[in-house]
Every structure is written in C-alpha cells, then in structure tokens.
Design a protein around this ligand. Structure first.
Ligand code: XMP
Length: 510
C-alpha cells in the first residue's frame, strides 16, 4: 500500500473501533491489531505512529494485557489512551496506583498547551474519563502535561522519545477538542500527510481485485443492503462480466426495494440473477410467530435458495463477501467482549463450490463504505440506505406473517419514510420504520365502526446501534404521516409512536 499507516494496538477497550475511525476521519489510514502483535511484525508494517487503546480496569489484575517495552525503542511515536497510558508508564518504570474512587464522566481538565498534543487548544476543557487507577510516579524523563482535580497525570509526554499518553478518551465526542488532539498527534508528532482518500482507495481496490481474480469467475450474494451493493459495484467495475450476483428476493423487503436493486445492477454488464422466492419464504413462515424461529427459518431458506442457484452456475473461482472492518475487528483482533450477536444473511462459504473468498471491503468502516459507494457512482438511495435487518419485514410484522399483513406494512412504512424524507430528516434519524403490531382496536371511520390493526412508528438516533435514543420527530411530521397512513392504507386505524430508548427496549420490536 502506498499510503502512510497508523497502528492501533487493541488492549480490549470498548472504544477501539472508535479510535480507528477517528484516525481515518483525520485522513490517515490505520489498522487495528491485537496488543500482543510481535515487535518484528510491527516493524515490518512500518507505521508512522502507534496508538494503545483503553482496556480492562487495572494493569495489576490477573491476566490483564501488557505491552512489549521494545515497542518504545523503535523510534516510532506512541500515544497511550486510558489503559494505554498506564501500560506505557508501567512498562517504562513509572508506578500506577489504585484510587479510592473511580473518576468517571465529563471532567474538567487543565492542559499544558506548550505540548504538541494540546497545541492550539484552550488551556482548560472537559474531557471524558473512565478509570480507577492513576499514574502515581512518572517514568524517567516524562513530564505531566494535563491534570484534573483528582488526577495529577491526565496526560504525559517524553518529547525526545516521541512517547505520549492521555488518561482520558480523546476519541469520545464528550472530550472537547478530542479530535484536534488526535489530529495534533498524527500531524505534529507522527508527521502524517493526510494521504488516505476514498478516490485513491477506489483505484487501488479495483486494481487489487483484478490482480487477484485474473480471468476467474466471481460469485456474490447480493442482499440490496449498503455493503453488498457497494461490493457488487466495485467488483463489477473491476471484473465486469466475470461477476455473477445472486439476489435472493425473499419478499420481505421494503416497498419497491427489490425493483430498485434490480434497476441498478441488471444492466451493468454483470450476470445478475434475481430469484423471486417470496412464495417459498412465506410458505415456510406460515403460522410461525416466535421471532427467533422466524430468523432461523429465513437464514436457512436463504442458504437453500442461494445454494440451488449457485449450483446452476457450477464451480466459481471466488466467492465474494461484503464483510466490513467492524466485523473483522469483532471477530477477534483483541480481547473485547463481543456484544452483538446478529448475523446478516450472506456469508455462505460451506454451501458453494469455490476456491477462495474475496472481501473487498474488509478494511473499511461503514461510513467509508458509503463514501466508496458515492465514489463508485451508486445512487444515493442505495448508498444512504439505513440499516435493514437480514430477516427484513418478517421481524416487523409481530406474530405470524401473511401476505396481506406484509403489504399493509410495506405501504405504511413507505409513507412514513416519504414523510421523513420530505421533512429532510432522513440523515439525522439513523433508523426509522413502521411495525405492524398484531393488536387490533376499535375505531371509527366515516359513520362506521372499524376493528383494525395498530401500527407503531419507530425512529432512533444512535452512533453504534448498540445503544439508541428515540428520535424527537416534530409533531407535525408525525401528524402528517399518521393521517396519510390511516387514510391511504387498508386495515390500519390507529398509530402510536415508540418513545423508548435502547436500553431498556431494543431498536426492532422482535
Ligand atoms: P436491536 O433490535 O437488537 O437492533 O436493537 C440493533 C440493530 O441490528 C439490526 N437487527 C438485525 N440485523 N439481522 C440483521 O442483520 C437481524 O436478525 C437483526 N435484528 C436486528 C436492527 O435493525 C438494528 O439496526
């Protein structure tokens, strides 16, 4: 790779991905690797800087990760964050002590702005703290360059050796000017040039795919979601007619979604196969109301349909997958607890006759995948599509699923989305949709009594989909959506808006 590289060594903290994203947002490429990556490999990677992430509570705890002191001899700038600063201090002969109370949350912090790390910043500001241990004695040659009321060493530095540490989390947005601190580290200390751009990445990725694939045949399962669509477009621009995309339309997509995907890919010079499998899926889901059983059935059936179609093609050389970087990190770079257990329907290597897997997006974060999609010229409605669960509307029709209920939900959901878009809220609210509760209630329409379904609307704002706030959609927008839906969609006579956050609720209802 031509561009500069920063190495993020993962000590198991919950913000490891966030740190990497922030570095890339600063225009610098970085990779996350486990904290115990051998020094020889680090040297081979030739990074311009190294960042230690946060990690477990105490370096004195049993089995807590530690760093190889030889890292500090490489002449490469290092920034230790939270647990990372303590690791650095400990390894270089300083002492770390347990405080009586934990310092947690927004904390007023005083910075020495003569330090390159805090250059150009106000002398005081709020930082985000989350620690119990603190650095009691600095290692030889280090000086403290920030403090709080509780913590004498909120930051330290050894300028000649280019070693820096912060006790707080600059990557968390609650730290005022945190981005600027990371920017300072990268540009003023590591000598970053800011050479990570999507335009370059696109060119490199296309060339890489061509080199790997040669004149081989590639197969991709296309779900219509952002990742698989961007992967399809990238592969299509790289190897054109050598690519076959199988789009299993399970009939559980949002209104018109299947046609939209087909429109983009059907005439793009690749082999595009849309399998209309709605009947099969509905047949298997008939009478099933347990959410996990629905998920399982859909996952299994998806594999079966894909397998049948793939067999018609015969042997392929490469199976392509839209795996993205968070999946790669989550599946084992460090020791961080795996929180998410959702699986996208998609990766099916056991069932297809192929020689190798290619994952052209495996180094990209979600926002970078979107940028790449734009760079490749995909339409906005595909690139900016909100996350959509693999099992689709099956988990948004509560209880058992019928074709009629699905159509009702599709129509209502489409109106809600249209009104959100009309109000220009579609990029501010990160996920929004309708849920067909299977509850019925009494209403009155015209002169008659109705006994119809209650529809729930849901909108959330979130950074990571692991926690979320309910979106404060203006009343007028909700009012317009509500009145349009009851007027235009059959079988619905009542609409409610979900005002629970996650936790305690989840984003989806099932
Ligand atoms: P929850 O409901 O757990 O959802 O708060 C968090 C995010 O994950 C999506 N989600 C799924 N995605 N298969 C998926 O691919 C699933 O079974 C599934 N269930 C939930 C959900 O839409 C939200 O973005």
């Amino acid at each position: 790779m031509k561009h500069q590289n920063v190495l993020v060594l993962d000590f198991g903290g919950q913000y490891n991905q966030l740190i990497a994203r922030r570095v890339r947002e600063c225009g610098v490429y970085c990779e996350v690797h486990p904290y115990n990556m051998p020094v020889g490999e680090i040297k081979k990677m030739n990074p311009i800087g190294i960042i230690f992430t946060g990690g477990p509570n105490s370096i004195y705890a049993e089995n807590s990760p530690s760093c190889d002191p030889r890292v500090f001899e490489l002449g490469i700038p290092v920034l230790g964050i939270c647990y990372g600063i303590q690791c650095m201090a400990h390894a270089l002969g300083g002492t770390v002590q347990s405080a009586r109370a934990r310092e947690y949350g927004k904390t007023n912090t005083v910075y020495n702005t003569d330090s390159a790390l805090f250059s150009g910043l106000p002398k005081e500001g709020v930082s985000w703290m989350s620690h119990t241990d603190y650095i009691e004695t600095l290692p030889a040659g280090f000086e403290a360059v920030a403090h709080t009321n509780e913590c004498p060493t909120a930051a330290m530095q050894h300028v000649e050796r280019m070693l820096y540490g912060v006790q707080f989390h600059p990557e968390v947005m609650h730290t005022k000017n945190g981005m600027q601190m990371l920017h300072n580290f990268l540009y003023k200390i590591c000598g970053a040039k800011g050479d990570w751009s999507m335009q370059d990445y696109k060119q490199t990725a296309i060339q890489d795919v061509r080199k790997t694939v040669g004149d081989g045949r590639v197969l991709l399962a296309l779900s219509g979601g952002v990742d698989s669509s961007v992967a399809a477009e990238l592969l299509s621009q790289a190897v054109g007619s050598q690519l076959t995309c199988i789009f299993v339309d399970h009939g559980l997509l949002r209104k018109n979604e299947g046609d939209e995907v087909e429109q983009v890919f059907a005439n793009s010079g690749i082999h595009f196969v849309r399998v209309d499998a709605k009947e099969r899926f509905l047949q298997r889901l008939r009478g099933v109301s347990d959410p996990e059983t629905k998920r399982k059935i859909i996952g299994e059936e998806f594999i079966r349909v894909f397998e049948e179609e793939a067999k018609k093609i015969g042997t392929v050389d490469f199976l392509a997958q839209g795996t993205i970087y968070p999946d790669v990190i989550e599946s084992g770079a460090g020791d961080a607890a795996v929180i998410k257990s959702h699986h996208n329907v998609g990766g099916l290597p056991d069932y297809v006759d192929f020689k190798e897997i290619i994952e052209p997006l495996r180094l990209l974060f979600k926002d970078e995948v979107r940028k790449l999609g734009e760079e490749l010229g995909l339409p906005d409605y595909l690139v900016w599509r909100q996350p959509f669960p693999g099992p689709g509307l099956a988990i948004r029709v509560i209880g058992d699923i019928t074709e009629e209920k699905l159509e009702t939900l599709q129509d209502a959901d489409a109106i809600f989305r249209e009104e959100i878009a009309n109000a220009k809220l579609d990029r501010d609210i990160h996920q929004y949709f309708a849920v067909l509760t299977s509850m019925r209630s009494v209403g009155v329409m015209g002169d008659g009594r109705t006994y119809d379904y209650t529809l729930a609307l849901r909108g959330v704002t979130t950074n990571d989909f692991m926690t979320a706030d309910w979106a404060k959609i203006p009343y007028e927008v909700l009012e317009k959506a509500s009145s349009r839906i009851v007027n235009e969609v059959k079988n619905i006579n009542r609409i409610v808006y979900d005002i629970t956050s996650k936790p305690p609720a989840t984003i989806e209802w099932e």
